[in-house]
Design a protein around this ligand. Structure first.
Ligand SMILES: *[C@@H]1O[C@H](CO)[C@@H](O)[C@H](O)[C@H]1NC(C)=O
Ligand SMILES: *[C@@H]1O[C@H](CO)[C@@H](O)[C@H](O)[C@H]1NC(C)=O
Ligand SMILES: [Zn+2]
Length: 537
């Protein structure tokens, strides 16, 4: 039994003869229980017919047909009094009183299938086991690993126009049913579609949960090019609603159409658009099913043991200068493990191509785009880390873990306040003795003024930045070389502190030693950022 009341009868009658499908009739009767929609549409139609003929209490259906014929005129004179509106209603093929439409209604009575004037077939043959199995096959072919999914539906924008037209057609009857009901109480095509399809798709996929919130989304899209022009009249009624936007094929987006429909007075709408809507020739076309898994974020720390490896691919005029990069070496095994489409790499600062990163390494994080696998146990993460370690001698990774998008920002916040430790191999022009450099060990919290280094001036604005060297230590090597250990504020340019950058960094090591000095090698010893959390071995 359908959950319909006596007052639904005129609505059902009007909608059926207007060419609405059985499920759209339920929607406009504001039926919000799911089960009735899930029955085969022929079954719902049968019940709807039984329901209306039941009231005509034995009378033949011609009487109810006559009642329908009068209804639109009554509705028309109530919703708008100006003549143009009535003219619109009398357009051939629109007025249910026209023979053509009556013929169509009769065809429908005969069980002849026709495409619904409102949902354009979406709640008819596009909504059932055949379609569910097509969706499931498309999902399976993409090889995602998941135990829950969201079904999202994209409908052509003109469905809103048709919905509005149909609403105006039965507005009076719905209001008579209950004054509190409004257009918002009509069940949306999208909702009804999901009520019917979610369970069917879930079953086809072997019992995954089809839920309202999940990082894995399966998108079903329908288009109906034949009726795209349904929306066009709205452009003149609300020019502001339809502004060209980037990346959009048409200005008639669903949002813009909804906005325009909210603004347009009923009378004006009815002058430009038939109510009920004209009958379409064919159903919507289902587009390719789109699967998308939200990004997964992975973080860790990396060591770099090579003095000829850039952090990111090094391209000059589109030409590769180095065969690999830190991010590519780390990303390759992770991408194949998560079977992601791409990645976005970021780290806590970066080192130059000729600088090694030792110690506990540099924190990094990666956004993995559209991962086909997203669930990794601790042991599996460890195996992934091992695979990265084994893939190259140039880098190593530790503390590899899945993190949240929010946690990633912790890596960047307060970056300037963090300290970093370095070891530099320094050359001096003047010969030095062990005791000549010892005074450097006593220097604490030396503030530098660093003009943007010449070598980065092409990508960073010219500015003077103050940075602090917290402490230094020396290790004598020979009369022209020593190792200089530095603990500095993040963002200090070490190379420039050593060679002076033509006086652009002051004070600098040349001034301190009264000698020309240069930096031969540099290693990052530690990046003191306490994120991501260490993972015990
Ligand atoms: C990479 O991250 C940046 C910054 O978070 C973001 O603007 C960009 O869209 C991301 N790229 C991709 C391909 O997601
Ligand atoms: C990878 O290398 C790092 C650095 O040497 C080490 O700490 C970590 O334990 C290694 N991980 C695995 C799983 O081999
Ligand atoms: Zn329909």
């Amino acid at each position: 039994m359908l959950p319909l009341k006596e007052k639904d009868k005129p609505i059902v009658q009007k909608l059926l003869s207007a060419g609405c499908c059985a499920r759209c009739v339920l929607r406009f009767c504001c039926v919000s229980v799911h089960a009735p929609y899930r029955q085969p549409q022929e079954e719902i139609l049968k019940q709807l017919r039984a329901f209306i003929s039941d009231t005509s209490s034995g009378q033949d259906s011609s009487e109810s047909n006559r009642a329908e014929t009068e209804a639109p005129t009554a509705a028309g004179s109530e919703t708008c009094d100006d003549p143009p509106c009535k003219r619109a209603k009398l357009e051939p093929g629109v007025d249910p009183g026209q023979p053509e439409v009556q013929a169509a209604a009769t065809r429908q009575e005969d069980g002849d299938s026709h495409v619904c004037v409102v949902c354009l077939g979406v709640l008819q043959e596009l909504c059932g086991t055949v379609q569910a199995s097509k969706i499931a096959e498309a999902v399976k072919s993409e090889n995602y690993e998941f135990d829950a999914m969201v079904l999202s539906v994209s409908l052509p924008a003109q469905l809103c126009v048709r919905e509005h037209s149909c609403w105006l057609h039965v507005k009076k009857e719905v209001r008579e049913k209950a004054m509190v009901l409004s257009k918002d109480d009509v069940v949306q095509v999208k909702e009804a579609f999901k009520w019917i399809m979610q369970g069917l798709v879930a079953k086809e996929l072997g019992g995954v949960a089809v839920v309202t919130k999940s990082p894995f989304e399966v998108g079903v899209e329908f288009t109906h090019p034949d009726t795209d022009s349904d929306c066009h009249f709205l452009a003149s009624t609300c020019p502001d609603c339809f502004k060209p936007t980037k990346n959009k094929e048409s200005v008639f987006t669903r949002m813009a159409v909804v906005k325009a429909l909210e603004k347009i007075p009923d009378a004006r709408f009815l002058r430009h658009y038939p109510s009920p809507p004209a009958r379409p020739g064919a159903s919507c076309s289902p587009q390719d099913v789109q699967c998308l898994h939200l990004s997964v974020f992975v973080a860790g720390r990396y060591n770099k043991f090579c003095r000829s490896l850039p952090q990111t691919p090094w391209l000059i005029d589109g030409e590769r200068r180095m065969e690999s990069s830190v991010e590519e070496l780390i990303a390759a095994p992770i991408l194949s493990g998560f079977r992601a489409d791409g990645f976005n790499f970021s780290s806590s600062g970066r080192e130059d191509v000729d600088v090694r990163t030792l110690g506990n390494g540099r924190p990094f994080a990666m956004e993995l785009l559209n991962p086909h696998r997203s669930s990794f146990s601790r042991v599996q993460m460890k195996q992934l880390q091992e695979a990265i370690n084994a893939s190259s001698d140039k880098i190593r990774v530790r503390d590899l873990q899945v993190v949240s998008r929010e946690a990633m920002s912790r890596m960047k916040e307060g970056e300037e306040e963090k300290t970093k430790s370095y070891t530099a191999l320094v050359w001096t022009q003047k010969t030095i003795r062990r005791e000549d450099i010892r005074f450097i060990d006593d220097i604490k919290d030396l503030t530098l003024d660093q003009k943007t280094p010449l070598r980065v001036l092409h990508r960073r604005a010219l500015a003077v930045r103050q940075r602090v060297i917290h402490s230094m230590s020396t290790r004598f090597l020979d009369p022209h070389h020593f190792y200089l250990g530095l603990k500095t504020q993040a963002g200090t340019y070490i190379k420039e502190f050593v060679h002076g950058d033509f006086g652009r960094t002051t004070p600098n090591l040349c001034q301190l030693l009264s000698s020309d000095t240069d930096i031969l090698e540099l290693d990052v010893e530690s990046v003191d950022v306490d994120w991501p959390p260490a993972i015990p071995e």
